[in-house]
Design a protein around this ligand. Structure first.
Ligand code: ANZ
Ligand code: ZN
Length: 891
């Protein structure tokens, strides 16, 4: 008997697959529908972690299954290979970032091949290569010409540890997304932006196309991030004669300074008792501080506070009076102008009409600085009576709901919802306001002051005018004469890179900012379609045939960065004429995290490695000291020492067992608890399957093949043949249904395990005892062929090995997915008695529990019954459930 040796089997088949280039795919195959399955490409950190293993096991199972289902499958892989760690490694050890990156990619690709993944490696791409980033530059230029890229000076997020600017999406609770402990500070810089806000509404509306195919949670996160607010802009007039001519100060035709606020509560305009500006508002520097320089210190302190905590609900409101006043456009009342830390410059207009009676933040501010409070909406009780609010009540419990307008002149007595509309109508008539929609989403800041990214293809002349690089000169390549000293942007150290001659012969200076690496990942799924093309980024025809990607798989952490940027990019590319489709990814699966037990020692104040731990009386203790440890199942991470190394796992148990375990232990969207017993269980399962099949392969009748339904005469089967065939057909159905149901591989594998139990029984009772019918060998051939094909997407190496044991020279993933016959899956049949006028005329097998209607239909379908019914009038049909049908006829 053969022994199951995964290391030998897996090496043998990987060599065959990869040397034979069997996973090479075409963009078009006649008669086949395309299916694009894509796992998020990897950052080449150096080694795979278990999260990768899980992601790729899922993707590969889908790819192999869809191939067997007859699709023309595209399943590529690549590397998201620009970014900081490579540069930090360069600073630490002097090696060029490219060298570090390439070595890491080579190692990870080798590890991935050990997993037996069915990628078409011919399409592999890496974003750090000029062949790739050239197209980032071309898109940048075309987007600039279309007004989708611009440069703007503003306060931006700066991480002192990254030494670069960050996008809003990369700031989490005021801290850097890469340096969880580092406060992000604000710097005023001139930076490049992509105009994602131009697509805010479409990005929101596009969710309708994705709903049901993307996790609702991701859609909700995007919706929240886009943050659509319906409201109005209202113009207040500054009660001060400003003579200056600053372009950022807006004046009306009378020469008065206009301050526009954004509000969602225009109905409360009569209650606006003061106005608050963000400390960064242009009016502050240009007018207020010139007029009132002694408040500068307070203003600057507010600017330096971090944005997130500044607006937190429980944060102490800080402010300062400007000494100036503004005129409320609805009633011409003069109200004071303040500066407040809770007003953000980059939301709405950076100015707020404060209504302390109905807005909690305004109220806190008004209380602190003793500002007037005016109630303008009263609540209505359950008997529809208006309740006149008092200030005392407001202090105790602020009223922010809907009600009836008061203290609002001509608008008194109507509902505030009507009031909202009427006040905006009036303002529009007066030319002092308008209905508007505001989005929380900001333009995407893509400038990074770092080396390892795509150079921005822009040159400046001596006056700072912008010149786009000529397309013929693309790619603008990263220079190599660079010093990585950890101080500032390394690109600044290359004179050759910086100094260029402009088309007009004058001296120019090249932009040294590089692009955010999220630009690279925003369109890579398109590049796979033609990754060696040096004339175009991809062909439009291919893009239209392959997008939206049928199935995308990755982590939920990308919900508002990568997944929103890519949607924006796809729409921009559509508007530049590159694609016709609207969305990049049709279906999204966000796989759950991989968790593992961690062991913490209170005495040593550190996490122990699993190898330092043993179980005593069911409790984990330190092997060395015997101390009882605190254990917790949590996300695998280096800091908790609770990770496992996929390469070691694959070495010890084999790729097939590792894959089967990760797919079996939890449905793909759920958290997966890593468990060595579970892994060992997966190994035992495959081992049993292997031994059973290889030891009984000779028994199977190889002449009986799929083409002739295995030549089985159903009536000549023994009871045991019938049972195993029924179990087989039930399993094919169950596995297929489970995969079609959002890829629930766990239930699919569970069904195969059950089948294996029945197969073992069949072997013992039929094959070993030689208790066989004329059909047993044919039935067994069907069982073996189909079970091998069922397991093939999950455990492809052992499947190909067993497939060849059956005498095949083909590969499993090239086979058709096994089919089942509904009739053969039926649990319990009984013989339905068919009578005409009380006389038995026929008997047919039917399923227990068959409905009256189906039983009747079955009766009329019998030829023997038809003979006695044809040409006669059917008076009635009597059905006795699970027993008989009696047709009463006349004439
Ligand atoms: C007056 C008012 C009265 C407001 C009231 C609310 C309640 P959302 O729904 O999130 O869009 N606001 C506007 N711009 C702001 C900024 N740059 N920084 C801080 N707050 C700002 O919130 C819109 C509301 O947030 C606006 O409506 C404005 O306050 C405030 F009873 O205007 B409201
Ligand atoms: Zn950082």
């Amino acid at each position: 008997i053969k022994e199951y040796k995964p290391s030998e089997i897996e090496k043998k088949w990987q060599d065959k697959w990869f040397e034979g280039d069997v996973f090479k795919s075409e963009n078009k195959v006649d008669g086949k529908e395309n299916y694009y399955v894509l796992e998020m490409f990897a950052y080449p950190s150096g080694k795979l972690h278990v999260g990768h293993l899980r992601n790729y096991a899922i993707g590969d199972a889908i790819a192999r299954y869809k191939k067997m289902k007859g699709f023309n499958v595209l399943h590529p892989f690549g590397w998201d290979s620009f970014g900081l760690p490579a540069e930090n490694a360069a600073i630490d050890n002097g090696a060029h970032p490219g060298k570090w990156t390439k070595a890491n990619i080579d190692n990870m690709r080798r590890q991935m091949k050990l997993m037996g993944l069915s990628y078409d490696w011919d399409r592999e791409l890496s974003t750090y290569t000029p062949e790739y980033y050239k197209w980032n530059q071309k898109f940048f230029i075309e987007m600039y010409k279309k007004g989708l890229v611009y440069k703007k000076k503003s306060y931006v997020n700066w991480c002192p540890d990254c030494n670069t600017v960050l996008a809003n999406e990369q700031v989490e609770g005021g801290k850097c997304w890469r340096h969880g402990k580092t406060d992000v500070i604000q710097k005023e810089l001139s930076q490049w932006y992509f105009k994602i806000t131009e697509y805010a509404e479409e990005l929101l509306q596009g969710h309708e196309e994705l709903r049901g195919h993307w996790p609702e949670q991701v859609l909700a996160m995007q919706k929240n991030w886009i943050g659509k607010s319906t409201g109005a802009e209202v113009d207040f007039i500054l009660d001060f004669d400003y003579k200056g001519n600053n372009e950022n100060i807006i004046k009306n035709e009378k020469g008065e300074v206009v301050i526009t606020v954004f509000t969602t509560r225009a109905d409360t305009l009569f209650g606006a008792t003061y106005l608050t500006l963000a400390p960064e508002h242009p009016l502050v520097e240009e007018v207020i501080l010139k007029q009132n320089p002694e408040i500068r210190e307070k203003v600057e302190a507010m600017i330096n506070e971090d944005k997130i905590s500044r607006t937190a609900e429980d944060k102490e409101k800080e402010g300062v009076f400007t000494g100036l006043y503004v005129i409320n456009p609805i009633n011409n009342v003069k109200v004071p102008l303040w500066i407040g830390n809770y007003v953000l410059i980059d939301y709405g207009t950076g100015a707020v009409m404060a209504v302390p009676a109905h807005d909690a933040r305004d109220l806190a501010f008004a209380k602190k600085y003793d500002l007037p409070i005016k109630i303008v909406v009263n609540p209505v009780d359950k008997d529809e009576n208006v309740h006149e609010l008092t200030l005392e009540e407001t202090f105790e419990n602020i009223f922010t709901g809907n009600g009836i307008m008061t203290n609002s002149g001509e608008f008194d007595g109507i509902s505030n919802e009507d009031g909202k509309i009427k006040i905006v109508e009036k303002l529009e008539k007066l030319g002092k306001g308008k209905a508007t929609i505001n989005y929380r989403l900001h333009d995407w800041l893509i400038s990074r002051q770092r080396y390892w990214g795509t150079p921005i293809p822009v040159i400046y002349d001596e006056d700072g005018n912008i010149y786009l690089e000529e397309e013929a000169n693309l790619p603008v390549k990263l220079p190599t004469d660079i010093e990585f000293n950890g101080k500032g942007n390394p690109l600044e150290t290359s004179e050759e890179f910086k100094n260029v001659i402009l088309p007009n012969g004058k001296k120019g200076r090249r932009e040294t900012d590089t692009m955010d690496t999220f630009v690279d990942s925003s369109w890579y799924y398109l590049r796979y379609l033609d990754s060696h093309n040096d004339k175009e980024p991809f062909k439009k025809e291919d893009a239209d045939n392959w997008t939206p990607v049928h199935q995308y798989i990755g982590g939920i952490e990308h919900a508002v960065m990568h997944l929103l940027y890519a949607r924006f990019f796809h729409k921009s590319l559509r508007d530049l004429g590159y694609v016709d489709t609207n969305e990049p990814f049709k279906r999204l699966l966000t796989q759950g995290m991989v968790l593992g037990p961690s062991y913490y020692s209170q005495n040593e104040r550190r996490y122990l490695f699993p190898r330092e731990v043993e179980m005593k009386d069911g409790k984990p203790v330190s092997k060395e000291t015997g101390e009882e440890l605190t254990t917790k199942v949590e996300k695998m991470s280096k800091s908790k020492n609770n990770g496992v190394d996929p390469e070691e796992i694959v070495k010890e148990y084999g790729a097939d067992s590792s894959r089967v375990f990760t797919l079996f232990a939890a449905p793909p969207e759920k958290e997966l608890e890593w468990n060595m017993n579970g892994l060992a269980g997966a190994y035992r399962f495959i081992n049993r399957l292997y031994l059973l099949i290889s030891s009984t392969a000779d028994f199977a009748d190889k002449n009986a093949s799929k083409e002739n339904n295995y030549g089985i005469n159903l009536d000549a089967r023994s009871e045991k043949d019938k049972e195993i065939q029924k179990k087989l057909h039930q399993t094919v159905k169950k596995v297929t249904d489970s995969i079609e149901d959002d890829f629930h591989f766990n239930t699919a594998i569970a069904a195969i395990m059950e089948l294996l139990n029945d197969m073992t029984t069949y072997k013992q009772n039929v094959i070993d005892k030689n208790d066989i019918s004329s059909e047993s060998k044919k039935v067994w051939h069907e069982v073996l062929e189909k079970v091998i094909l069922l397991i093939a997407p999950f455990a492809p190496h052992v499947a190909d090995e067993l497939w060849s044991d059956l005498g095949n020279t083909t590969l499993t993933f090239e086979q058709e997915w096994p089919t089942f016959v509904e009739k053969l899956t039926v649990e319990n049949n009984f013989n339905l008695v068919l009578q005409v006028n009380g006389k038995v005329r026929d008997m047919l097998p039917a399923q227990i529990g068959i409905s009256k209607g189906d039983a009747e239909k079955l009766a009329f379908s019998s030829e023997k019954v038809q003979k006695f019914v044809d040409g006669k009038e059917v008076v009635k049909v009597i059905v006795v459930p699970n027993k008989l049908v009696n047709i009463v006829v006349k004439g």
